[in-house]
Ligand binder design. Structure first.
Ligand SMILES: *Cc1c(COP(=O)(O)O)cnc(C)c1O
Length: 353
């Protein structure tokens, strides 16, 4: 789907442990579904993929002075540099190891975050002439990709095209050029070059919620087991600081899931929970490891050991949680972790690039 809409090859972005879904499993599923390459932020993330036996091309684009470029080279990870100093360090590592480094360059065309600035560009071009490096990728990242039609998008693309033209003139033609993230891949073909770098869409979440879901199916469903069910009397305060007091005799369930697992504490007293198709209200403070659900006077037929859906499936969505807590679903998804156990089911259509 991503490939058809963008007309480009797909790099599956699996940084941050596959947006909280498990980088190795997502990589395998995405490659099986037609992605040709993987993208991560750090060399450490790339090395973890290699250690798990993932052999597909991997690019890593975020480095610090302590990044181990020699380890990246040895593991056949393409380092995409953002400064002349990084490129010089890669060149030095390549000479030390006696091998050619396949490298990429990230150009700052307007995001003003990482990426080679205009001032640094000549120095980067000069370093790329070293025989120890082979240029493969040239890329930039959009500041307003999720604002389709914003003039900055076209301006950033023009900036990258100019950089690529420069490289051709210098006899250093890149093999792969990319600009688009999920939002641009789904909304604007004019921003798609050879390849698109898609993250959030791969996980079935819309990169531009205002434009709908693009037919994507969210991959993640977060559930928790009902640890215990108990009856409480009217007037009983529940959980820390008794921020909820039972207005009537009722039955509550304690779920074994809390903010350490990625449920925002800010959803205390406003967390819908679905159990066996019925909607209940989370009540009282969400704690580190537990949260409480009001099942009503008759207990709603809920039993210990039942599975409660926190988001996904027929329940609320990660986007609902994001809206309720003033963030974006990227932050909700990447926050799910810690003790959470992952269970993988057949990839839904949304995993098809
Ligand atoms: C995270 C990231 C992406 C993926 O962005 P989505 O909005 O999740 O598609 C692409 N490119 C770069 C440089 C990134 O850091």
């Amino acid at each position: 789907m991503l490939r058809e809409r963008s007309g480009a090859e797909v790099i599956a972005v699996v940084k941050a442990d596959g947006y909280g879904h498990g980088a190795v499993e997502v990589s395998r599923a995405a490659l099986a579904a037609g992605a040709t390459e993987l993208g991560v932020a750090t060399v450490g993330e790339a090395l973890a993929l290699r250690a798990a036996g993932v052999t597909a091309p991997v690019i890593a684009w975020l480095h610090t002075p302590s990044t181990d470029f020699a380890a990246a080279l040895a593991a056949d990870v393409e380092v995409v540099v953002s400064t002349p100093a990084q490129l010089a360090a890669v060149v030095a590592a390549a000479h030390r190891l006696g091998r050619t480094a396949t490298v990429g360059v990230k150009v700052d065309t307007g995001l003003a975050r990482s990426g080679v600035s205009e001032r640094e560009w000549p120095e980067v071009c000069a370093l790329l002439k070293d025989d120890a490096v082979q240029l493969r990728t040239v890329m930039c990242h959009l500041a307003r990709g999720d604002e389709p039609g914003h003039p900055l998008n076209a301006a950033q693309a023009a900036g990258l095209d100019a950089a690529v033209a420069d490289l051709h003139r210098a006899g250093l033609p890149p093999q792969r050029v990319h600009i688009a993230n999920s939002a641009a891949a789904l909304t604007d073909r004019s921003l798609c070059r050879d390849v698109v770098r898609t993250g959030i869409a791969l996980y079935g979440r819309s990169p531009v919620p205002g434009l709908g879901d693009f037919g994507l199916t969210p991959a993640m469903t977060l559930t928790a087991e009902v640890a215990l069910v108990k009856r409480i009397a009217a007037g009983q305060g529940v959980s820390y600081n008794h921020t909820w007091v039972a207005p009537r005799d009722t039955v509550v369930a304690v779920l074994a899931c809390g903010y350490a697992d990625g449920v925002p504490r800010a959803l205390s007293n406003r967390l819908p929970v679905h159990i066996d198709g019925r909607r209940f209200a989370g009540v009282g403070r969400i704690c580190m490891d537990q949260l409480v659900v009001d099942l009503g006077h008759d207990g709603g037929g809920v039993a210990e050991g039942d599975r409660a859906v926190l988001f996904g499936g027929a329940g609320a969505s990660a986007g609902d949680w994001a809206d309720a807590t003033g963030t974006i679903d990227y932050e909700i998804l990447t926050g799910i972790g810690g003790r959470t156990q992952r269970r993988y089911v057949d990839p839904p259509d949304s995993m098809t690039p």
